[in-house]
Design a protein around this ligand. Sequence first.
Ligand code: SAH
Length: 602
Amino acid sequence: MRGKLLVVGFGPGSFDHMTQAAKDAIQNSDVIIGYNTYVDLIRGLLNGQQIVRTGMTEEVSRAQEAVRQAEAGRTVAVISSGDAGVYGMAGLIYEVLMEKGWRRESGVEVEIIPGISAINSTASLLGAPIMHDACTISLSDHLTPWELIIKRVEAAAAADFVVALYNPRSGRRTRQIVETQNMLLRYRSADTPVGIVKSAYRDREDIVVTTLGRMLEHDIGMLTTVIIGNSSTVNYDGLMITPRGYQRKYTLGDDIQPLKPHQRLQVAAEPWSLEAQQGAESGPSVPVQPATSGPWTGGLGPLSGTGAYEGSPAGVSVAEREPAAGEASRGAGSAAAAVAEPVSPLALALEALWLVDSHKGTAEPSGVPSAGEAAAPWLQQASAFRRQEILELAVSPGLAEKKLTSAQLMLLADVVGEEGTIEYTPHHQMLVRIVTSEPSEAVSRLKAAGLLLAPIGDVAQIKACDFCNMDKADSVPYLEELQSRIGGMKVAKELRIGFNGCGMACYGAVKEDIGIVYRREKFDLFLGGKTVGRNAHAGIPVAEGVEPEKLLDTVESIVRKYADEAHPNERFHKYFNRVKELEGYRHREVPVFKIENAICGD
Ligand code: SAH
């Protein structure tokens, strides 16, 4: 009868963190072979197996004994802590077998049973320090030359890997961790968060979050794993967190502008990607998303900083969304598209946060900190390492003004520079993306040139006509008043308010979400236009001849209600249809062709 060798990783130490396969392997074996301490850790699982215990340094004899027993026809479990393939017994078992000329077909059967390695178990206790590219380095120089180990430490430090240090220090090996810290400090700030976990998921578990500069002030031994953060890792409330991704995006007011799931996959949102850089080299022949195929040039290098943290879940709703005009959507609302386009982990995490929050009994996602609030401490800390950000904002010559001067255009070109982009949108404005480490300076320069700057994204935007070249400018003061009350207000979904200065309404106010038309010193009001899609339609005319003051108050109330009450991503026309009445104006069904809306590009 052929024997069997089971090489079992039993995880960090507790039964709860052992796989069922590992438990079965241990219980179904005739012989258990392992280091004394490990045998003690799994003792509770034993039911009469023969035990072969050895000292820690007797790994080779342990492996030889295991092979011998299996060759004698027995089922042998060789136990390793964590994962047997990570500085464990798996490699050694195969080395012994190879030396003996073992073949898979004819020799004893071998099965490696995976376990949770220390990098994973200790990370889980520290928060989420790994997240991004990481590596493990063992500081044990018993079998590896120190020169090679320190070279690997240097390479990992230079390449901004998160590093998990195994075997960091023993009674005799005490200098290695000191040399390692020195090497890391050549590449990383002394403030870099460091996690030190001793005996994860075992009796004497101990967890410390400290910094690279101060790590040696803490107890580090044989049962410790040390995790060194990368340049984005932060200490948040005693947890070590490495945000995924390097991008921070701002729009006006230093609000961090989250990338929505579909935007994250666009080339223009990732100017550091290989695809973007190749695109810049080979010009327009490279397929990129049409609305955002801006001329990001190569050579930007990785942008450092932190991943964006989104305060509002508006951008990650599970609700169906429609592509906005000019938006390079790939139809996140369709099941087929959802398969083709994976949602980013950030979006999923935010969605989870939001759902947890909803279950606390607050219908509003109020517990999710707004980007400006709770994110601030760690963003501030992370900003020490930040080099460049992307500032996004909308630029136009004014609300009614439609002409740009040469001086403004030249200044705009200068501020945007070679690496930024200017995208001409269907909404009377240019969407400007600027790569900068000084967002506020860019903003002041544009403002000083008399340009109107507005935040982008899910905000209220007023789109005015040119008032017949200012010949019919009577209503302009009301326009300015409305802009000061609601312009740029954060809402569930981009909201466009058309404002036209005479009954001709030639700038299409009635086709916007909210339409306002000035006529004979009073206003007509239209609500709930469906602005995109093949079944687009104008707004419902809800009132004629409204006094200016009343009009301003009414529109402000409606927009505030929409901001407060709409579901995430709910467009205004859907919201109006759902609530049926706004400020006394009733929703009416609009007779439309029954025509299926197509997804983008269809
Ligand atoms: N095969 C094991 C690693 C063995 S090397 C695994 O995959 O985890 C031994 C080193 O692993 C220790 O020096 C320590 O750095 C780490 N280690 C193993 N178990 C640990 C635990 N429970 N807590 C913290 N570190 C642990």
